[in-house]
Design a protein around this ligand. Structure first.
Ligand code: SF4
Length: 439
């Protein structure tokens, strides 16, 4: 077994490993951690009866458009450990060649095609998940860890679901889930207590607020949460909200301490955007996403904001164009591999092909390198729902340009440490959390 780990730890450059009693396929090498991450997103994984996930794992929760419905695992590797939220409940996962098994206290992802065994870690459930806030709210109903950051869904009232017929994004299951496993609208005091617990006990450095459509009050609703966490807890704060052309609202949120904005425009091809995101098409518009992303990316600087897209639905060339556009304006691409989540309108859509996704993420690495987008510079932010730009270092070609970019990022990581330490201290904020336009 250790030999398998060594092969994987060398970035998959070693030879195939046969497991006793199984068949080996000469010439086929083990996948490196990022390749395995991509294949797990595409194929999902079955759970072997040997596993003891009830005691070893974080509970599987359905939040965040259903994408967080998988099992969190960590694939160790020499460049970095890779966090993945692996689909395990969907139909396609039941057909997967991957199986999670527990042997002698060690978890392995077994690839039954070649009999490769990949040792992985299962991050344990934090102790604070089962505690109550002082208002009596279970802490896990306020926020959950997604990778190493704290994700808080501000409100369950995504307005798109309340139109007749509904205008929800077709891949989304949020309207079915939030409020069932989570508190519908988050109380500020609850949020502060949970963020504090997550920071002190789980080492969280980043709190991410997310919300569906709030009938054009999206940024206003988020403002008090930003101020409370920045002033009373101290953490990097990110916001993922439906965008606005009232750019002064972004200025106000930055005054309150917002460090990051991400914009889920999902599809670059306007026809796919209109077809699969009817609410965003009718009530917001793709151009609003672009203008808000461009404004905030310029305001906060290179690598601070992100454009979020889904790969595996629109034509591949549109996904590549999206990556070029996002990196070209100095933002970083957060690319989700499409997951046909249970209950979503697109539940019956096929999961993407591994080979196509490999093309996407190799391109993503190159686009980030060409545009000098920082990778893994912020401390301890590992996102399990996407293939992070930093994960794609495992896909980089062996070239001097790769080494040079890696060196620059290593230096940037060291230089950024004191800056992010300073950014994570609680600080008094004079600005009002009631957003008002400039006079
Ligand atoms: S904006 Fe779209 S993806 Fe987000 S919660 Fe609403 S329907 Fe779901």
């Amino acid at each position: 077994m250790a030999e398998v780990g060594q092969n994987v730890a060398r970035g998959g450059q070693g030879g195939p490993v046969s497991v006793s009693g199984g068949t080996s396929y000469p010439g086929i090498r083990p996948l490196n951690p990022c390749e395995l991450e991509i294949d797990l997103f595409c194929k999902g994984m079955r759970i072997d009866p040997s596993c003891a996930l009830e005691q070893d794992a974080r509970f599987i929760t359905r939040t965040r458009a259903g994408l967080g419905s998988g099992l969190e695992i960590v694939i160790p590797g020499p460049l970095k450990d890779v966090w993945v939220n692996v689909p395990v409940e969907e139909d396609f996962a039941q057909q997967s060649c991957y199986r999670l098994a527990l042997e002698d206290g060690q978890y392995f992802v077994m690839d039954e095609r070649q009999n490769f065994h990949y040792p992985i870690r299962i991050p344990p459930e934090p102790a604070w998940y089962t505690r109550l806030t002082s208002r009596g709210t279970p802490m896990h109903k306020v926020g959950v860890l997604q990778g190493t950051y704290l994700g808080i869904y501000i409100s369950n009232s995504c307005g798109f679901w309340y139109y007749s017929p509904p205008l929800n994004c077709r891949f989304c299951a949020t309207g079915l889930n939030v409020g069932v496993n989570e508190v519908a609208v988050k109380d500020i005091e609850d949020v502060v207590e949970v963020a504090r617990a997550a920071k002190e006990e789980s080492g969280v450095t980043f709190v991410h607020f997310n919300s569906g459509y709030q009938t054009e009050r999206d940024l206003d609703v988020a403002a008090p949460y930003v101020k409370a966490v920045k002033s009373r807890v101290g953490a990097l704060v990110g916001l993922q909200l439906i965008p606005t052309l009232d750019f002064w609202k972004y200025d106000r949120l930055i005054d309150l301490g917002a460090d990051h904005f991400s914009f889920c425009y999902e599809f670059h091809n306007p026809e796919y955007f209109a077809k699969f995101l009817p609410g965003k098409q009718e009530l917001v518009g793709q151009q609003t996403f672009f203008r808000a992303l461009e404004y905030t990316a310029k305001k906060l600087g290179k690598g601070a904001c992100s454009g979020e897209i889904i790969a595996g639905v629109e034509p591949l060339e549109d996904t590549l164009k999206a990556i070029d556009y996002i990196t070209g304006i100095g933002a970083f691409p957060t690319v989700c591999i499409f997951r046909p989540t249970i209950g979503a309108d697109m539940e019956q859509w096929p999961s993407p092909r591994y080979e196509d996704m490999l093309v996407v993420f190799r391109h993503l690495y190159e686009a980030c390198r060409k545009n000098s987008i920082p990778m893994d510079v912020t401390p301890n932010i590992e996102v399990s729902l996407i293939v992070q730009p930093g994960d794609t270092r495992y896909l980089a070609p062996r070239a001097w340009s790769t080494r040079w970019y890696g060196l620059k990022m290593a230096v940037a990581r060291q230089l950024a440490r004191p800056y992010f330490w300073w950014k994570r201290r609680p600080k008094s904020i004079a600005a009002s959390d009631v957003l008002s336009p400039p006079q």
